[in-house]
Design a protein around this ligand. Structure first.
Ligand code: NAD
Ligand code: DAU
Length: 336
């Protein structure tokens, strides 16, 4: 089997490629990635010389290139996206191009070349925001109510994927997952931003009062879920994927990370809030549990310890990122 992974040089895509090649050494993987600021081939050093792994630098919006690749693949696992909410608030144009037009480009080609499966990676953010005072969770029947340009673009891509199944019979599956964390996550996202700042004894910026809650999913648990959906998922279906623990507020998460790293809570700094900030995400993952037997294996404390340990051991990886254009981004975003 030959699979095309789009966005395989990013955080989740690179974790997935490693997971897949270690588990299935006989499958071929083609990684199509534009190498935007978030794409990093160092994430794939361990597998770059595998004879069954190929990297192609390119844009998922390039129909000719996409056609050339897709004509010889069986399965597509589509991760490529602009993924950071704050950047989408500053400028949403790249989000529309990659997340919507890019997905449509892949869908057209998948249909033309009769791929056996188009698996679309999406997010729980498409369902909008829950309040802090309920136990309500998102499920496969929740309504789409995206609140920021990133989630609006992901919602649009989900609709196109579903429409291609209904209209043309394209064999698709969709997964919508909660906030991932783990090794190789770009340090603009909350968890690696906190860890790397703390390793340098720099402040941990908390948006608003920190009373926003997320459902944290260890990236390897996410990769196992995608594997199961590819193997046993029902065509045309959506599966939600979430973490092991109940949701935790950003302030409590920051305190937990600080405690695990032996640092001082004095480093917590409250900064200007994100406009349109979704209050709470929480995922009911009972469908994938009942149908495919998946459940998360890594609890938040254990996952954070593993992640902190990885960032301690891989200083070169994140220091290189943080010394580049990241500094301009950070100054603008945090007005430092
Ligand atoms: P990321 O930003 O770390 O990686 C995205 C990758 O896509 C990068 O390697 C980038 O170079 C590549 N890319 C961007 N535009 C491209 C284009 N036009 N053509 C080809 N490649 C392009 O993202 P991530 O956090 O790994 O997220 C992967 C997917 O999972 C995304 O679709 C995202 O919406 C979804 N998701 C992420 C999370 C999370 O917590 N990180 C949670 C739910 C869903
Ligand atoms: O829910 C899934 C989504 O999770 C994915 O679809 C997105 O791709 C991914 O980026 C993530 O979105 P969030 O906006 O929830 O993640 P982020 O890491 O940016 O922020 C997590 C929470 O922490 C959020 O409430 C904002 C807050 N935050 C974030 C940063 C970067 C801070 O308080 N301070 C910060 O500096």
């Amino acid at each position: 089997m030959r699979i095309l992974v789009t966005g395989g040089a990013g955080f989740i895509g690179s974790n997935f490629i490693r997971y897949w090649l270690f588990k299935y050494p006989n499958y071929e993987v083609v990684n199509l990635d534009k190498l935007t600021y978030a794409g990093n081939l160092e994430n794939l050093k361990e597998v770059q010389d595998y004879p069954n792994y190929t990297f192609v630098k390119g844009d998922i919006c390039d129909q000719q290139l996409v056609d050339d690749i897709i004509k010889s693949v069986d399965v597509i696992v589509h991760f490529a996206a602009e993924s950071h909410v704050d950047r989408s608030i500053t400028d949403s144009s790249a989000f529309v191009k990659t997340n919507i037009i890019g997905t449509l480009t892949l869908l057209n080609s998948a249909l033309k070349h009769k791929v056996k499966r188009f698996h679309h990676i999406s997010t729980d953010e498409v369902f909008g925001s829950l309040t802090l005072d309920t136990d309500e969770k998102f499920s496969e029947t929740s309504c789409y109510k995206p609140n920021n340009p990133y989630s609006a673009s992901k919602a649009s891509s989900d609709h196109f994927v579903r429409a291609f199944a209904r209209t043309y019979g394209l064999p698709i599956t969709i997964t919508n997952c909660s906030n991932n964390y783990g090794p190789y996550q770009f340090p603009e996202k909350f968890v690696p931003l906190m860890i790397t700042n703390l390793l340098e004894d720099k402040p941990v910026p908390i948006y608003g009062d920190g009373q926003y809650a997320r459902d944290w999913l260890y990236v390897e648990d996410h990769c196992r879920a995608i594997d199961l959906v590819l193997k046993k998922g029902r065509l045309g279906e959506t599966y939600l994927i979430g973490g092991m623990n109940d949701t935790i507020t950003n302030l409590d998460l920051a305190k937990l990370v600080i405690k695990l790293m032996g640092k001082s809570e004095d480093l917590i700094t409250f900064v200007k809030d994100r406009p349109g900030h979704d209050v709470r995400y929480a995922v009911d993952w009972s469908k994938i549990n009942k149908e495919l037997g998946w459940k998360p294996k890594v609890d938040l404390k254990q996952g954070l310890k593993q992640t902190i340990d990885w960032y301690i051991k891989n200083r070169d990886w994140w220091q290189k990122i943080k010394s580049g254009e990241y500094q301009d981004y950070y100054k603008k975003q945090y007005q430092t």
